[in-house]
Design a protein around this ligand. Structure first.
Ligand SMILES: [Zn+2]
Length: 199
């Protein structure tokens, strides 16, 4: 599979939208930033999208290994600091039961293995987070059930945290994660996804 990683030089460094070279996009100039940086490997299209669909819905968890290698390569290209810990965006319990694994957690563990840093199982989704399929973007954004809680046993203070997810869609999920994580005063929060949705 021949795939070119998205070029960070063509992207807003804060949200990874296409923008002026190495400058904040219009959205980030006006909006509040909760992550130091957000990045992705690929647009959600072509072979990258099929890989994620197979990983997510095709019961092929072994694909996480190759995907994570791309994510580590993108991390190096982005020149972000090596994190002290990696945290995966958790699945709802019902999705986890359905699928038997959390694809973001697999990505996090494969990346952690390559980078030799720990994965912290520090976030938990409140139950009652029903499938978002069929909801409009506006409804998804206002979905208040998408909430996370943090497990207390991890020493967040002054640590560089990298949050991992498979696909960035509206950014609401990552934002909600960052909101609870920042309550524990990490030194920095970065977020990396394998794909970013084009809408
Ligand atoms: Zn931006």
């Amino acid at each position: 599979m021949l795939l070119d990683l998205l070029d960070p030089k063509e992207r807003c460094p804060f949200c990874f939208n296409l923008g002026r070279v190495n400058q904040k996009c219009d959205h980030c100039v006006h909006g509040e930033q909760i992550f130091q940086r957000i990045g992705s490997c690929f647009d959600y299209a072509g072979p990258a999208a099929s890989l994620i669909k197979k990983l997510k819905y095709g019961n092929q968890p072994h694909l996480a290994k190759g995907a994570a290698a791309f994510m580590v390569a993108q991390l190096h290209q982005l020149n972000w600091p090596l994190p002290d810990a990696i945290i995966a965006v958790p699945l709802s319990f019902s999705h986890w039961i359905e699928r038997g694994y959390n694809q973001s957690d697999l990505l996090a563990h494969e990346m952690a293995h390559l980078l030799k840093v720990p994965v912290w199982n520090a976030l938990k989704r409140y139950s009652g987070d029903y499938s978002q399929t069929g909801l409009r973007v506006e409804q998804r954004k206002s979905l208040t059930k998408q909430r996370f809680k943090i497990r207390r046993e991890y020493p967040f203070e002054d640590k560089k945290i990298l949050v991992i997810d498979d696909v960035l869609t509206t950014g609401t999920t990552l934002r909600r994660c960052a909101e609870v994580l920042s309550e524990r005063y990490p030194a920095s929060l970065y977020a990396l996804t394998f794909c970013r949705s084009l809408d």
